[in-house]
Unconditional design. Structure first.
Length: 288
């Protein structure tokens, strides 16, 4: 399996979204994780497509005991940032150590997970950038090694904007099609990723649990102090839709201007729906 190496994210964008990500993450999935068997030396956790390490910054302080994080990314600059920004202590003061792996994930097999005694695989905002074949290989690796997977913040193809605009549906549909694009021979799952992963991990004998993890942006959500994130998200959302459907360009330009004006005026609320998925070795009861 390879990471979507053509996809590069600026540290500024990752920093901008980190607070919204943290607020959205499905804390209900942490309960089963606290019962994951671990080595005497502590948990070994692999974070795939780690970016600047936001998953580790959120999760490490919520897990007890010693932890060793193996951070994977194809961008060496992001890896360097992630390694320096990881917490050094877990929930009970247990030591957190870090190593980095730069490159694709072709070596992430059941044998590799077992050899490094990996206890948990994590990823944020990655699942929807993978193909069905890549998710198949990830599920096979985790199932073969008896290793849980926590795959967070995957888009599910639904956005709610208040107040509504007549062009919302067309922009949303074009964006979803863009997320399913063919990229250098790879057909991305996009908003179909969570449903596909649930089916694939279940077929590989894993117990799967899915929880919503929506971004809630704008006045009344988290104090409304996220105008910059909302504006940047809008530019990306409309830009992808316009790229997918060039015929939308004239209307999309005016639409974006209206939406940015409403955002700046504190009149726009946005819910961007995501889901978090937890897959555990064993029968369905294991995910309860």
């Amino acid at each position: 399996m390879t990471t979507p190496a053509g996809t590069r994210y600026a540290p500024q964008w990752l920093a901008l979204r980190e607070e919204a990500d943290a607020a959205a993450r499905a804390v209900a999935l942490l309960g089963p994780l606290r019962h994951v068997p671990r080595q005497e030396t502590g948990l070994v956790i692999r974070d795939l497509g780690c970016g600047t390490g936001s998953m580790g910054r959120w999760l490490a302080p919520r897990l007890a005991g010693a932890q060793h994080w193996i951070l994977h990314d194809h961008d060496p600059d992001l890896l360097a940032l992630a390694a320096t920004r990881m917490p050094r202590r877990g929930a009970d003061g247990g030591r957190v150590t870090v190593e980095t792996r730069c490159g694709d994930l072709a070596g992430l097999t059941a044998a590799e997970l077992s050899a490094t005694r990996t206890d948990l695989v994590t990823a944020s905002a990655l699942l929807d950038l993978l193909t069905r074949e890549e998710v198949e290989r990830l599920a096979a690796a985790c199932a073969g090694a008896g290793c849980p997977a926590l795959l967070a913040l995957s888009v599910v193809g639904r956005v709610e904007l208040t107040p509504a605009d007549p062009l919302d549906a067309a922009i949303g549909s074009a964006f979803n099609d863009h997320q399913r694009r063919l990229e250098r021979g790879r057909r991305l799952l996009g908003p179909d990723a969570v449903a596909a992963a649930r089916e694939i991990f279940t077929r590989h004998g894993m117990a799967v649990r899915v929880q919503p993890s929506p971004w809630r942006l704008g006045p009344g959500f988290r104090g409304g102090a996220d105008t910059a994130l909302t504006a940047q998200w809008l530019r990306g959302w409309v830009g992808a839709a316009r790229e997918q459907r060039p015929d939308l360009a004239p209307r999309a330009t005016a639409y974006l201007r209206r939406r940015l004006d409403a955002c700046e005026a504190g009149e726009l609320r946005v819910v961007v729906h995501h889901s978090d998925l937890l897959a555990l070795p064993g029968p369905p009861a294991a995910a309860a």
